[in-house]
Write a protein that binds this ligand. Sequence first.
Ligand code: C2E
Ligand code: MG
Ligand code: MG
Ligand code: MG
Length: 289
Amino acid sequence: AAKDGGRGRHHFYDDDLHSDARERQQLEQDLRDAIAGGALELHYQPQIHTKTQTITGFEALLRWKHPRHGYLSPAKFVPVAEETGLVSEIGEWVLRKACRDLAAWPNDVRVAVNVSPLQFANAELPSIVAQAIADSGIAAKRLELEITESVFLGEDASTEAMFGALKDIGVRLALDDFGTGYSSLGYLKKAPFDKIKIDQSFVRGACVEGSRNGAIISSIVSLAEALGMETTAEGVETFDELDLVRLLGCSHIQGYIYEKPLSSAEVVARLERGLVAVASGPRSARASR
Ligand code: C2E
Ligand code: MG
Ligand code: MG
Ligand code: MG
């Protein structure tokens, strides 16, 4: 609710007004102030292993605690950060902060960090990642980088070199939002992913009669298994969806049915209760509406 508090009074941050150059400029300035003033936070959403029902890691999700608008979703400001180039600075902060937080958590949990295509195109990314790992003292294999299919747009020799350099550091790689972009199966063969994240748009509605989503999820799982990759079903909200993605063989689950993104203080409290995860939520989507 807090994040909608400014609607009507302020025009900034309304999706349809993003094209207004002055409002963009204001948002950019606010974002610069936010970086300088420490108003960015990371929240963490547990990722659960389907068979053992234990937490294997947390995805770091950026939040902007805005003085007037409350918590702003990254969907609102990450695009602006990308356009203005601020995403490099923010991305480095995210990497360093996530590694630092992870250092205080049990050794058998990982952290997953979203990497924007712009960061991925920066030849310095491997040294930034290596530095964040070294400074926090974590094992490289506990860090997973989530990248989207869009990094393959305009793919060239440097794309392959980047994958190689990141794998050399020892971090894990996940392909995020799979199936929503310019999907090509060709790059699955070339890129050394450890995990494919099945986009929540396939999970949503998968239990509706006549839906083809189950067939799509099932094919992605077969493909991933054949290539030795894990699969995470994203955005699982209901027990029906949970039952389905389990049946279809997704190795990991992330969604409100287990846990919403938690503040770092909440993560620490959550970890004190151990790694076992318990699902809770509506049976079906209809019940939640
Ligand atoms: P994503 O990487 O696909 O992250 C998953 C999104 O799904 C998150 O939204 C998460 O809160 C949401 N989600 C998880 N489970 C459920 C569920 O059961 N139901 C529903 N309805 N949603 C669920 P969030 O936190 O708003 O992030 C949106 C996107 O912003 C992310 O999508 C990612 O692309 C981007 N993002 C977030 N943090 C960062 C970051 O540090 N750097 C960059 N470059 N992008 C980020
Ligand atoms: Mg992600
Ligand atoms: Mg995703
Ligand atoms: Mg997404």
